[in-house]
Write a protein that binds this ligand. Structure first.
Ligand SMILES: Cc1cc2nc3c(=O)[nH]c(=O)nc-3n(C[C@H](O)[C@H](O)[C@H](O)COP(=O)(O)O)c2cc1C
Length: 388
């Protein structure tokens, strides 16, 4: 399954194309819209999210509620576009005074503004910030939703939660059960622990008061993943490598770990590795999962556990020292309507990218054309795993 996204943050909308999506999958539009709504939530997000109510409009690849094997394409309209029509006009217009005054000239450190300006040579940094904006992740969440629909049919579920915002850290990993999952979905910061969630909320309020922004950490977990996805045979067939690349492609994610990732180096081998057990009728299993479900670039049958660190949002109310691209004089970085903290939303993007990567490896192993065929192959393989 390949995909592409397009669209500017304040343009008409976002678009996505998914190629190689199997035929015969029932597509629940409500489910896709719920996924979009989950990305929009979260304490610390800017005003933009109260203007937008993202909804998917499918253009192709689905007929009478089912995928037909041809490319799926969709759009998500930007409601805010009405207020930006003039600024985002695609027709040639003569520069006027207002246009010149509106030009963004003070690049924000930490954003794509300066490297994008140097690379694409615009006379207005808006040309850079419109596409580099994380608004693009709405399209990816949609594509992740399409992937999740298939994974659910195979008993694979993908969850996420926030484990750190600023200096507030959840002191132990969440054990996912129905109660905890409900708590995560209810929490404004997607934290499984109410008290820690309250402190995270306060941290965001404090940062807002100071005209500053925050980053943090989120975790994404996939359960029900069979052993045998990915391969050590070539570097680019390793599932851990592909997952890490997908997470690093989420704007502002600066580090990714699999399992106990950032903690592995201080332990000895006998304290770290997950010992192997066997139960007749179930097959091989582990009592611990420090490897995060991947060994040698291949899934080992345990849950895939990913942690991702997000840097603080680059746009801040007080701004940072920068240089005006026209005058070359010192100034404060540009201000754009912005989130203060987007870790909860990023965790939903994390669910999407992990779902897409897992589906890719599922299709590689069990087929890509038709859902019934994929399920037949998958169920046959699961029987093999139980009795091997
Ligand atoms: C869901 C989400 C929302 C974001 N919202 C904002 C925002 O409102 N303002 C901002 O400056 N950066 C925001 N970011 C971060 C920037 O998009 C990101 O830092 C920027 O594109 C530069 O990319 P890099 O941090 O990966 O280098 C957001 C990121 C995510 C994942």
């Amino acid at each position: 399954m390949r995909y592409l996204t397009a669209g500017e943050s304040h343009g008409k909308g976002l678009a996505g194309i998914i190629d190689d999506y199997p035929s015969g999958v029932s597509i629940g539009i409500d489910f896709l819209n719920e996924e979009l709504a989950r990305r929009q939530k979260g304490f610390g997000r800017g005003k933009r999210m109260s203007i937008e109510k993202d909804a998917i409009e499918i253009i192709s690849g689905v007929r009478k509620g089912k995928s037909i094997g041809s490319p799926i394409s969709f759009i998500i309209q930007n409601k805010d576009w009405c207020s930006w029509k003039e600024i985002m006009d695609i027709n040639p217009t003569r520069s006027n005074d207002k246009d010149l005054k509106n030009r963004l000239l003070n690049p924000r450190p930490g954003h794509a503004d300066l490297p994008g300006f140097l690379k694409y040579r615009p006379d207005d940094i808006r040309d850079i910030i419109e596409r580099s904006s994380a608004r693009e992740t709405a399209a990816r969440v949609c594509i992740g939703g399409f992937a999740k629909i298939i994974l659910k049919l195979m008993g694979i579920n993908v969850f996420s939660y926030v484990s750190q915002i600023g200096k507030i850290i959840l002191n132990k990993d969440a054990v996912l059960n129905d109660i905890i999952l409900t708590e995560i979905e209810r929490s404004e910061v997607r934290c499984p622990d109410k008290n820690t969630g309250k402190k995270m909320r306060e941290e965001i309020i404090k940062a807002k008061k100071q005209g500053d922004s925050l980053g943090g950490k989120f975790k994404v977990i996939a359960t029900g993943v069979p052993a045998g996805l990915g391969s050590y045979s070539q570097w680019d067939r390793r599932i851990d490598g592909r997952i890490a690349c997908a997470f690093m492609s989420i704007p502002s994610v600066k580090a990714v770990e699999i399992g106990d990732g950032s903690n592995v180096s201080g332990k000895t081998g006998t304290k770290f590795h997950d010992e192997i057990h066997y139960k007749s009728g179930t097959g091989f299993y582990r009592k611990t999962n420090r490897a995060g479900g991947v060994e040698g670039g291949i899934t080992n049958g345990e849950s895939i556990v990913i942690g991702a660190w997000m840097k603080p949002i680059p746009t801040t109310a007080i701004g940072l020292h920068t240089v005006n691209i026209r005058t070359k004089k010192s100034d404060k970085s540009l201000k754009e309507r912005s989130d203060i903290c987007a870790v909860p939303s990023a965790s939903i993007v994390g669910e999407a990218v992990l779902s897409i990567e897992i589906l890719n490896f599922i299709q590689e192993k069990f087929g890509r054309d038709n859902m019934e065929e994929i399920l037949e192959n998958f169920n046959c393989y699961k029987k093999y795993l139980e009795k091997v």
